[in-house]
Design a binder for this molecule. Structure first.
Ligand code: LLP
Length: 425
């Protein structure tokens, strides 16, 4: 559930009409709802109840400082994949002791910084990475807390680009090799094995793949136990899906209760700390992309609604053929419905936000692309030299600018002209 609601024919973000936001801040712009972020985060903490747990929000989903600061104040930990994300978390007031570091290719300087600030755990994805981590930890003179990201080889049943738990994905250590890699980790003096981790994919709409993965991880934990290795925390990654259209993903409560029921039948399961790395299920439906219809262009086989947002602002439809709802912001004036492809100004045929949408709109109208709070702004680019849109966070009846619209000068910040030919010689 989110706090973008229709009130008498006008779409609001909490208590602020989106039309007012467009008038004050221009379009395109991302609009977030603070109450929705809070609600989605709390759904996890309430679902886990008194079971020892830590919700490490996946920073990649939406890394705006305001979002991170808000979640940090609610007690969130963070799942990061780069030193840039780590610095964002620190800047936003996040606690480094609640940070887990994922990713297949952590650089030595990223590892060093994470060791210096004292993160909770490194989710290690290969033998080579274990060795690099051990070497950097010995230079820094600290022992690195380690969890191995195991690839349980389960099919998450999601889009191939966001499915990560199959054997032929680049992620994780194959479950059959995990015992050997744990043995290597135990031998390396600057590593301390604390956890076991997996992340099988994103936008999962069933609990079965998660439970299959858990089953395989429990088998592995039994084997580790036989060898005297006791895991302190089990990190089940992120991946819980959201409703973009008609999907009915499990609520965090159902997900958690099924996991906890299984764990209660496993020796030590009741005290095993659970970590989760949700991104989309917290952020997606906490944001919309607000855009204005520039032109309606009727055609023989297709009608186009050309809007001022484009694939550079929101790439999910173009990249994954993702479907996101597109709705008029103001439905008070009667308009003739027609079927449109909603396209942007970028010079690519793939530049669409939605295809074959029935909309009752006129030029100048505002549209909201729903479910744009996750993997929206973070994946935006300056393609076609388009300044990236601002990000706004609504809190009740107040709208805060949490990132300004980029200026045209921002487009070439850091660039330089070549010295002229004469001066160069
Ligand atoms: N943990 C790890 C290690 C991950 O790789 C991811 C996402 C997450 C957690 C968070 O997963 P979530 O709860 O958000 O499903 N850009 C794509 C999604 C890429 C997901 C990458 N990894 C999209 O727009 O659909």
């Amino acid at each position: 559930m989110d706090f973008f609601n229709d009130k008498d024919g006008e779409l609001y973000a909490e208590d602020v009409p989106l039309a007012r936001i467009a008038a004050e801040h221009g379009t395109p712009c991302y609009v977030y709802s603070k109450a929705t972020f809070e609600r989605h985060f709390r759904a996890y903490t309430e679902a886990l109840g008194r079971h020892p747990h830590l919700i490490c929000y996946a920073v990649k989903a939406n890394s705006n400082l305001a979002v991170l600061g808000l979640l940090a104040r609610l007690g969130a930990g963070f799942d990061i994949v780069s030193v840039g994300e780590l610095e964002r978390v620190l800047k936003a007031g996040g606690d480094p002791a609640k940070v887990v570091f994922s990713g297949v290719a952590k650089q030595a300087d990223e590892i060093r910084r994470a060791l210096e600030v004292g993160i909770k755990c490194f989710n290690v994805e290969s033998r080579s990475e274990l060795e690099r981590l051990n070497a950097v930890a010995s230079e820094v003179g600290v022992v690195a807390p380690v969890s191995l990201r195991v690839n349980p080889d389960v099919d998450a049943g999601t889009h191939p680009y966001i499915s990560t738990g199959l054997k032929d994905n680049k992620f994780g250590i194959p479950v059959d090799e995990a015992l050997d890699v744990y043995a290597l980790a135990a031998e390396l003096p600057y590593l301390n094995v604390v956890g076991l981790d997996c992340h099988i994919g994103s936008q999962l709409t069933e609990t079965a793949p998660f439970l299959d993965a858990l089953e395989r991880l429990l088998v592995l934990m039994e084997r580790l136990r036989e060898r005297g290795v006791e895991i302190e925390h089990l990190d089940l990654g992120g991946g819980l899906g959201v409703t973009y259209r008609d999907e009915t993903p499990p609520h965090p409560f159902d997900y958690a209760s099924q996991l906890l029921a299984r764990l209660s039948r496993w020796k030590g399961g009741e005290t095993l700390t659970l970590l989760f790395e949700p991104g989309r299920s917290i952020a997606a439906n906490a944001g919309v992309l607000l855009t204005r219809v520039e032109f309606l262009k009727p055609g023989e086989s297709k009608n186009f609604a050309i809007v001022d947002a484009a694939m550079n602002d929101l790439i999910r439809p173009a990249l994954y053929q993702a479907w996101q709802a597109i709705v008029p912001v103001d439905t008070r004036t009667a308009r003739k419905p027609a079927v449109y492809d909603v396209v942007g100004p970028v010079c690519e045929t793939g530049d669409f936000l939605g295809q074959d949408r029935e909309l009752a709109i006129a030029e100048g109208d505002l549209l909201a692309v729903r479910s744009a709070g996750a993997y929206g702004f973070v994946m935006a680019s300056n393609y076609n030299s388009r300044p990236r849109p601002p990000e706004l966070m609504v809190d009740g009846d107040v709208c805060h600018v949490v990132r300004q619209r980029e200026s045209v000068e921002d487009l070439w910040a850091g660039e330089a002209l070549l010295p002229d030919a004469g001066a160069a010689r």
